[in-house]
Ligand binder design. Structure first.
Ligand code: ZN
Length: 109
C-alpha cells in the first residue's frame, strides 16, 4: 500500500466535481460508480434504524465547517467509520483532515 497522503487530503477540483455529480445520480447508478464501496450490513448491526441501511458508500463532498476547505469524505473512509469504528449513521464528516487532527490533539472543551 503506497498512497500519497497529500493527494487524499487535497482532492482536485475534478475529483470534487465528480463526487458532487455522483451525489445527484440514482442509487443504482451510484452503485456502479468506481468510487462506490459496498456496505456490509452484518457489520452495521449497531445501527438501530427503521429505514434502510446503505447498500453502498459513495464519496461525499463536504465543506469543512472550521476552515471552509472543500474536501471529500471517501467511500472507504465511511465504510471504516461505520463498520470498524461503529460510528453513528447520522454522523457525517464536517471537518477536514487538518481540522480533525488539530481538534483531536487539542483538549476539547
Ligand atoms: Zn478544516
Amino acid at each position: 500500500m503506497s498512497r500519497t497522503p497529500d493527494k487524499r487530503r487535497n482532492p482536485s477540483a475534478k475529483q470534487r466535481r465528480e463526487a458532487e455529480r455522483v451525489q445527484q445520480l440514482h442509487p443504482l447508478q451510484q452503485r456502479q460508480h468506481p468510487s462506490a464501496v459496498p456496505a456490509d450490513h452484518d457489520r452495521l448491526s449497531h445501527i438501530n434504524i427503521y429505514g434502510a441501511l446503505p447498500d453502498d458508500y459513495i464519496d461525499q463532498p463536504f465543506i469543512c465547517r472550521n476552515c471552509g476547505k472543500r474536501e471529500i469524505w471517501k467511500a472507504r473512509d465511511q465504510k471504516w467509520y461505520y463498520e470498524e469504528a461503529k460510528g453513528h449513521i447520522d454522523a457525517i464528516a464536517v471537518e477536514c483532515h487538518c481540522c480533525r487532527k488539530a481538534g483531536k490533539s487539542a483538549a476539547t472543551s
